[in-house]
Design a protein around this ligand. Structure first.
Ligand code: AGP
Length: 612
């Protein structure tokens, strides 16, 4: 998705913009640009490709300007090019706009504006916004922006600048994230995400939908877009330091984040479990025990890796809480007939809290009267601010596009939620609760100990399989979604075609794929479906598939059944999904490395998909 950075204050703006855009690179982009005001004129610099091209361009530019806007573009309308890169200008060239989102009615608006004499210079939907604001512009930029966006359909996070009001920037948002930064000694910032602000301030204001802001060197005021009324906003202090958003010595953010998982899991359950009594406490849900006991059904909604977390949670919730759980891919959920009401709890799961399909599903659920409790990793993100309550994962910023620590943190939060609901609804014995809590408390150190050994094993395996063209992942029960997740990890960062399958489905088609060249990885913990899984492994071996088994270190049958064996420490059966996902993350990471892929920013992908 696109990245926006804007600043007005006492400091030189160009270094702030370039540093900020660099910290937003993880969002995925294909061109970049910036604009600053100098000696009464707007100076625009844009280029196709990576940010380094813009940096090289700016090395030749001398300016001490203190006001400007920057942007990294992830193309939605019009290919990546300098002409399509932001900022975009109106006809006069005195007004510029940077934008993240989609103007769904841009064709109609463009035709109307052209008929009124506006001349366009790009193929983007964003340029329509510049000319539209120009239409409404008299002597107040903020008022012109407010009037213009009223006729816009779609989503926008906007930064706008006008040379005739050189002491202010205007920001506006609807269904696309925008966060404002404030500095004690003056200086106001806008950005698409928190990391761009961290070198300068941790005091932030999250713009809500249908809000705008006027940023000045010594003040920042938020207004409602509909009537222009001022809005009092809370300043939140972000406890991520800039270092957390750095690689901390790892080659890639993804590897750093894989190794951060013990801490992320610990931070997610910290303060929510009484180790003595095994009691779980989730006050942030904001529901009384009576309300929690009145829930008749749970509906989990998510995309991608977060959907895999939802699939695991279905097994846990139905087993330990005893109520029906539906799981939907958000892009399907929002277009099918939903049978929701106040007795249904809908749980959107999202790392970013900005995924358009998941957000749309949340809004639909609320409209139908369901209670919405989200699980999210980003404080103050749109999904959290529109939920009735949020169970935050505390994974810290996840920069790598392929989700790892956020996924195991989501599983941790969902496991906590299962325990909490089971305790409130008395559907689990105290002994069962204590056993499960004990296993969860032990998990971070168990993973911590195993990570270096697992990395070595998976690096060896990666050497064997980095040239594979296909990969099959098999699992049963709550490890079936982990097979899906392992396959997604591999395909999204190494570009090898990989499929995850319920192991019992093998004979219903996929077994036709098995031959000497087909690597098949099966998750074989000693759980209640182990025997069935082993039968599937035999089916693969009988057809000379290249078998990789991930199983228990105490299972001495593995070696005789498999070409390669990854041995895992024993943990409670319910927690094997959290544990067994880790070798799969390491395997996909190392294979992608060996294949020279861009691990942190895989081609075509974005960290947060804020468009449909
Ligand atoms: C994760 O590895 C993927 N890159 C992607 O599927 C991601 O999980 C999905 O886009 C959902 O994102 P969210 O959790 O921020 O909503």
């Amino acid at each position: 998705m696109c990245g926006i950075v804007g600043y007005i204050g006492q400091r030189r703006v160009v270094p702030i913009i370039l540093e900020g855009l660099k910290r937003l690179e993880y969002r995925g982009y294909d061109s970049a640009g910036l604009v600053f005001l100098q000696d009464g004129s707007l100076h625009k610099h844009r280029c196709e490709g990576k940010l380094v091209n813009l940096e090289e361009m700016m090395d030749k530019v001398v300016t001490d300007s203190h006001i400007g806007l920057g942007h990294t573009r992830w193309a939605t309308h019009g290919p990546p090019s300098e002409a399509n890169a932001h900022p975009h200008s109106d006809c006069s060239g005195d007004l510029v706009v940077v934008h993240n989102g989609i103007v769904e009615n841009y064709q109609t608006l463009r035709e109307t504006l052209i008929a009124e004499g506006h001349v366009f210079s790009s193929q983007t939907d964003t340029e329509v916004l510049a000319h539209l604001i120009e239409e409404y512009l008299q002597d107040d930029l903020a008022e012109a922006v407010r009037a213009a966006v009223k006729v816009v359909e779609g989503s926008f996070a906007l930064g706008v600048m006008w040379k005739k009001q050189p002491h202010l920037l205007v920001a506006a948002r609807y269904q696309s994230p925008l966060v404002l930064g404030v500095q004690e000694n003056g200086g106001s910032f806008m950005a698409s995400d928190i990391p761009a602000l961290l070198p300068y301030t941790r005091d932030v204001i999250f713009l809500d939908d249908e809000e705008m802001a006027v940023l000045k060197a010594d003040s920042l005021q938020v207004y409602r877009l509909d009537d222009g009324a001022p809005v009092q906003k809370e300043i939140q202090t972000i406890n991520w330091n800039a270092g957390m958003a750095e690689k901390a010595g790892y080659r890639h953010f993804m590897l750093k984040e894989i190794f951060e998982q013990p801490q992320a899991i610990l931070n997610t359950f910290r303060g929510r479990i009484d180790a003595e009594t095994g009691k779980v406490n989730l006050p942030e849900i904001g529901l009384s025990n009576k309300e929690l006991c009145s829930i008749k059904r749970i509906s989990l909604v998510a995309c991608g890796t977060s959907w895999h977390a939802a699939l695991v949670a279905k097994y846990w919730l139905e087993k330990w809480v005893g109520i029906p759980v539906e799981v939907d891919i958000a892009s399907e959920f929002r277009y099918r007939r939903l049978l929701l009401d106040s007795e249904v709890m809908v749980i959107p799961i999202s790392q970013s809290g900005e995924t358009a399909d998941t957000l749309a599903g949340l809004r639909l659920a609320k409209k139908l009267g369901a209670r919405v409790i989200s699980i999210c990793n980003v404080v103050g993100s749109t999904i959290t601010r529109e939920s009735d309550g949020t169970i935050y994962t505390h994974a810290g910023p996840e920069i790598g596009v392929a989700s790892t620590k956020a996924f195991t943190s989501q599983l941790t939060a969902l496991f906590l939620f299962t325990l909490f609901l089971a305790q409130v609804r008395d559907s689990m014995t105290d002994e069962q609760s204590k056993q499960l809590v004990k296993a969860l408390l032990e998990l971070p150190s168990l993973i911590e100990e195993e990570l270096p050994r697992l990395q070595k094993s998976m690096n060896y395996l990666a050497e064997e399989f980095s040239r594979s063209r296909d990969f099959l992942y098999l699992g049963r029960g709550a490890n079936f979604p982990i097979a899906l997740e392992g396959a997604l990890k591999l395909k999204e960062i190494s570009y090898i075609h990989a499929e995850g399958y319920a192991a019992g489905e093998l004979k219903h088609g996929p077994i036709a794929l098995i031959d000497r060249d087909m690597p098949v990885l099966a998750l074989a913990p000693k759980d209640s479906v182990y025997g069935k899984l082993i039968s599937n492994v035999e089916e693969v071996k009988a057809r000379h598939g290249r078998m990789i088994l991930v199983g228990s270190v105490t299972d001495d049958r593995l070696d005789e059944m498999s070409d390669y064996v990854i041995k895992m420490p024993d943990t409670h059966e319910e927690l094997t999904p959290l544990l067994y996902t880790i070798p799969l993350q390491l395997l996909s990471y190392q294979i992608a490395n060996l294949r020279g892929c861009d691990v942190d920013q895989p081609r075509n992908l974005a960290k947060s998909v804020t468009v449909e």
